[in-house]
Design a protein around this ligand. Structure first.
Ligand code: ADP
Ligand code: ADP
Length: 226
């Protein structure tokens, strides 16, 4: 089974704007996959539909072979999602945000704490565990979102522009972290508008423009064409 399989996906927003014009996309398990495209191409809309934050207008989405319309709770367990906007409670403490998230997945408290500690350490946030989230820098908030997305050990990690607005040094360390998670078996799907980021990280890539997939290939053959 594919990690993600999308067929004929369309999105028409309420104002009549057609953001996705019937896209097909497949991502294999274990892949490191980039959805690359300029601003406004439909990247966030696609990931929003996959993570069920946005309603689709037509088409189907399967996650690990399960249609999100049939059994979204199962699909949801398989996913860790890092949206572009910071959507945690800014007044809550870093540690509590991650532990609390584990609770939503029914992970027992003791284990939730262990996992929170593990990921906060991995992401260099352990020293900040008692800080309110609003006290963190932008890069730290981004890493907090990643720790929170990983706490239930999802099979697939989805990240929308994970390094947007992050300085080059931190970007490199985030790249290393994502590579490590991927090497441990987690499928990674990210959006980016930097070719350099996709080039550094990804095995397979789809290029989206104006709501249509214009290329879907592996990174090596794409680079040979440029
Ligand atoms: P849906 O069709 O998924 O219900 P809506 O059309 O109701 O989505 O819009 C959802 C939200 O996105 C609204 O609060 C709206 O203000 C906001 N929004 C509207 N236009 C844009 C845009 N061009 N880019 C981003 N967000 C927008
Ligand atoms: P990307 O992530 O590639 O920058 P998006 O998926 O955010 O692109 O947006 C695709 C297009 O849909 C853009 O033209 C955007 O303005 C429009 N759009 C996004 N959200 C809404 C919304 N809620 N209502 C109307 N248009 C929207």
């Amino acid at each position: 089974t594919q990690a993600l399989s999308i067929r004929g996906l369309k999105k028409v927003y309420h104002n009549g704007f057609e953001a996705l014009k019937g896209i097909d996309l497949d991502v294999e398990q274990g892949d490191f996959f980039a959805l690359l495209g300029p601003n406004g191409a439909g990247k966030s809309t696609t990931l929003g539909i996959v993570s069920s934050l946005v309603n689709k207008s037509a088409g189907s989405v399967k996650i690990l072979g399960v249609d999100i319309d049939q059994d979204f709770s199962k699909a949801k367990r398989a996913l860790g999602v890092v949206p572009q906007e910071f959507n945690f409670n800014q007044f809550e403490k870093v540690y509590d945000i991650v532990v609390c998230q584990a609770g939503y997945y029914g992970i027992p408290r003791v284990e939730a704490k262990q996992r929170a500690e593990h990921y906060l350490k991995e992401l260099g946030l352990w020293d900040k565990r008692h800080s309110a989230a609003r006290m963190l820098s932008g890069g730290m908030k981004r890493r907090l979102m990643i720790a929170r997305a990983l706490v239930h050990d999802p099979k697939i990690l989805i990240l929308d522009e994970p390094t947007a607005g992050v300085d080059i040094e931190l970007r490199r360390s985030m790249w290393e972290f994502m590579k490590k998670i991927n090497a441990q078996g987690t499928t990674i799907i990210l959006t980016t508008h930097y070719l350099e980021e996709a080039e550094n990280l990804c095995r397979n890539i789809a290029i989206i423009d104006k709501g249509e997939i214009v290329q879907n290939t592996n990174m090596k053959s794409l680079l040979q064409q440029l």
